[in-house]
Design a protein around this ligand. Structure first.
Ligand code: ADP
Ligand code: ZN
Ligand code: ZN
Length: 731
């Protein structure tokens, strides 16, 4: 008797196993198609991996699928292969990886909207009188206006974005013969013939070096100082690829301040690009993903997860600010977008273009080992080079809202000369410490081992780790003393202080607390673009990527914390931040200055920042990492557990350690822990960690290959859960 055949699925749950179901008779769907599946007494979404498998299980107990969700596969064979590689390399469950590679919209069991492209267009009629004719049908009028603006027509997804209940008004318009639907082949948006700046000699030389290498796999690192014209090179190479008929993925760390970039891309590429980032709705992101997949747009511009945009003819991946920490996903499926991009490009035989003024030590190490091609840009096409970093020694100074008197004078001088000033302070809120002078009570989060930050604008104490928020106490909750004090400075207090001190000068704060409002952000960016004197205050967000020509002074207020951090990456990150912040200054037709306030001006890192370039500092840091045997000269894998009781988290890690200890090569690597995490309690759970380090990644792989099958079976529960983090960013 022939063995019955089954299909294997990866499901959208954090489980390492794959599951078997029966397909309906005659269902010939290819791998990569989504199904709704019965799972225990629930339902879940799964992706078909393989058909016609023999099963080890009792055939009568294998359930049939409940419903097929897609007409055609939503995961193409290449993405399936990439996801399998990620699951194996990062030791993550395949189902989780696959759904992480899909837009969130497809993670839910919603049927795919439509794969054939139906477009609604205006019928060839006089549109002038429509405004009056449709006066009483505002919903129809709204759609007509959108169609007037888009002669190529709108898809169901476009219409849904305009009005979720679009069916009725569109049907009404069809009845009136104003609108009609056409089935069409996807059509690529046309490319304009834009004005482009004359390239500098440096830029031209680099382009002609890269161009012959565009048809094969290779990693190209543009190592160019801030403002040296890296973006211009990306744009030229992107155009080259589009003209050759391929598509391009263009990753940036953050979209918040990239209005300028989007504008520049619009000028160059018309409508031939889609944008995807976390500020958009699931539907908007899905539309971007669909239009790229269909080839209607040639460019996918976005943050980390845009890397997983599917394309029938991907020709280039660009990663701007490749050193940026945001390319690393730190929850759910842990991966590094730069590293996965390189793998993806290798599978496809296409190039990756990395760019940074402050390349990561990983990339610099790869350069040394001749894995990457390097191209240097040492000058700016504009009038002035990036400013040198000056140290302002504040060890003897009294500070006013975080600024020394000399710093305030410097700010004043630049404002008087009609320059703009950028002040970087990586701390949101009004003040980070709230305490009672009488008894020493401090405002602590009830869920985390962390202080609550005072946010005066909303009269609250807020935890920056779990979001817990409470009102300001009238008196000390411990001793009843009436006077509660706050210490330290956040951006809110800095903004207030500066506004009082420099009355009449706009003070623009940009951090996560204000960025929620797109309108407020747009206004602030407009003020900067207008070029009037103003002060820009903000956190990390204002440190990167933007190009405002009137900023002539950049100030870093509090860099000292990083000097004494427990993280081995702290020096690298500090150096990157300082050079990036300085690089925002002096981009136009006035020379820039950059100032770093510090209490530790004699600290070796501060001294070398004053004297050397980023390249020299990075070379020194790389040497240090080599001698300590830290990444990139070792590979790190971190197991983490969190539990309602610390005891349980530690026990789970002990169990994992025991499994690892049974592996053949275990004695050749170092295993540290399990230990309670630095911030042991977070969001109400206790956390512990276990770290594996090995100089040779093959040893690490061998241990994990031996031990993971047993570790994967260690169940998670509500009381304890564990994760594994390969190439952990911090150890
Ligand atoms: P980066 O990406 O290295 O920071 P950009 O490409 O944004 O540098 O260039 C910085 C500024 O110089 C931008 O305003 C850009 O328009 C301008 N720029 C770039 N290349 C040229 C060029 N060849 N000629 C004139 N201006 C240029
Ligand atoms: Zn008290
Ligand atoms: Zn908290």
């Amino acid at each position: 008797m022939p063995q019955p055949r089954f299909a294997r699925f990866a499901i959208a749950l954090p489980l390492y196993r794959v599951f078997e179901y029966k397909l309906a008779d005659g269902d010939a769907a290819p791998p990569g198609t989504r199904y709704r599946l019965p799972f225990g007494n629930r339902r879940c979404t799964g992706v078909l991996l393989e058909r016609d498998c023999a099963s080890e299980f009792d055939p009568d107990r294998i359930k049939p699928v409940e419903q097929r969700l897609d007409d055609e596969a939503v995961v193409d064979p290449h993405m399936l292969e990439l996801a399998r590689w990620m699951a194996e390399y990062y030791l993550q469950p395949l189902g989780e990886v696959l759904f992480q590679c899909l837009p969130g919209y497809l993670r839910a069991a919603k049927p795919q909207v439509s794969t054939r492209v139906k477009r609604w267009k205006l019928a060839p009629i006089e549109t002038g009188e429509l405004e009056t004719r449709l006066r009483r049908s505002p919903r129809q009028l709204e759609i007509v206006r959108a169609l007037v603006a888009q002669p190529r027509g709108l898809t169901a997804l476009d219409l849904k974005a305009i009005n979720p209940g679009w069916h009725a008004p569109v049907a009404g318009l069809e009845q009136k013969n104003i609108v009609r639907a056409e089935w069409a082949e996807p059509e690529a948006a046309p490319l304009p013939a834009p004005q482009m700046p004359e390239l500098s000699d440096e830029q031209r030389r680099i382009l002609s070096a890269i161009e012959p290498r565009l048809e094969t796999f290779g990693v190209h690192l543009l190592d160019g100082i801030t403002g040296s014209g890296k973006t211009e090179i990306y744009l030229r190479l992107i155009r080259d690829r589009l003209d050759a008929g391929s598509q391009v993925i263009y990753l940036v760390p953050e979209i918040g301040l990239t209005n300028q970039l989007i504008q520049r891309i619009g000028e160059r590429f018309g409508e031939a690009y889609a944008i995807s980032h976390s500020g958009l709705s699931d539907l908007q992101r899905y539309r971007a993903w669909e239009s790229f997949r269909r080839g209607e747009v040639g460019i996918m511009l976005g943050t980390r997860s845009s890397l997983f945009a599917q394309s029938p003819r991907l020709g280039l991946i660009v990663i701007d600010e490749e050193h940026d920490h945001s390319y690393r996903q730190e929850d759910g499926v842990r991966y590094h977008a730069r590293d996965v991009a390189i793998k993806r490009a290798q599978m496809l035989g296409i190039p990756v273009l990395l760019g940074s003024a402050t390349p990561s030590l990983e990339s610099l190490n790869n350069l040394e080992r001749d894995h990457y091609h390097r191209y240097r840009l040492d000058s700016r096409p504009t009038a002035f080079p990036p400013p040198r970093l000056e140290l302002a020694d504040i060890s003897q100074s009294r500070l006013e809202f975080g600024c020394a008197a000399a710093t305030l004078e410097r700010i004043e001088k630049h404002l008087e000369r009609r320059g703009q000033v950028l002040i970087y302070l990586n701390r949101r809120g009004f003040a980070p410490i709230v305490m009672c002078h009488e008894c020493g009570w401090q405002a602590q989060c009830q869920n985390c081992d962390a202080r609550l930050t005072l946010h005066q604008s909303v009269s609250s104490l807020i935890c920056h780790h779990c979001g817990h928020s409470r009102g300001l106490p009238e008196a000390c909750p411990e001793c009843g003393h009436g006077e509660i004090k706050h210490y330290g400075i956040g951006t809110e207090q800095l903004e207030q202080g500066l506004a009082q001190r420099f009355a009449g000068v706009p003070v623009l704060r940009i951090d996560r607390d204000v960025i929620g409002s797109r309108e407020a952000l747009k206004q602030r960016l407009q003020t900067l673009a207008d070029g009037e004197p103003c002060i820009l205050v903000g956190t990390q967000m204002i440190a990167k990527g933007h190009d405002y020509p009137d900023i002539s002074l950049a100030v870093v207020l509090d860099a000292d914390q990083a000097l004494f951090s427990a993280s081995y990456r702290a020096s690298e990150r500090l150096a990157q931040t300082l050079y990036q912040v300085a690089g925002r200054s002096g981009r136009g037709d006035r020379a820039g200055e950059a100032l770093v306030q510090t209490r530790f001006a004699q600290h070796p890192l501060m001294q070398s920042i004053r004297r050397s370039s980023y390249r020299d500092i990075a070379a020194g840091l790389l040497q240090e990492r080599r001698s300590y045997g830290f990444p990139p000269f070792a590979r790190a894998v971190m197991f983490r557990a969190d539990a309602v009781e610390l005891e349980n988290a530690m026990q789970t890690l002990e169990r994992i350690k025991a499994e690892l200890g049974a592996a053949r090569a275990y004695s050749k690597l170092s295993c540290i822990g399990p230990l309670p995490a630095l911030m042991t309690r977070r969001i109400g759970r206790y956390r512990a960690q276990l770290c594996l380090l090995a100089g040779d990644h093959r040893i690490l792989r061998s241990v994990l290959n031996d031990a993971m099958p047993a570790i994967e079976d260690i169940p998670g529960s509500k009381n304890v859960s564990w994760t594994v983090d390969v190439d952990a960013y911090d150890v």
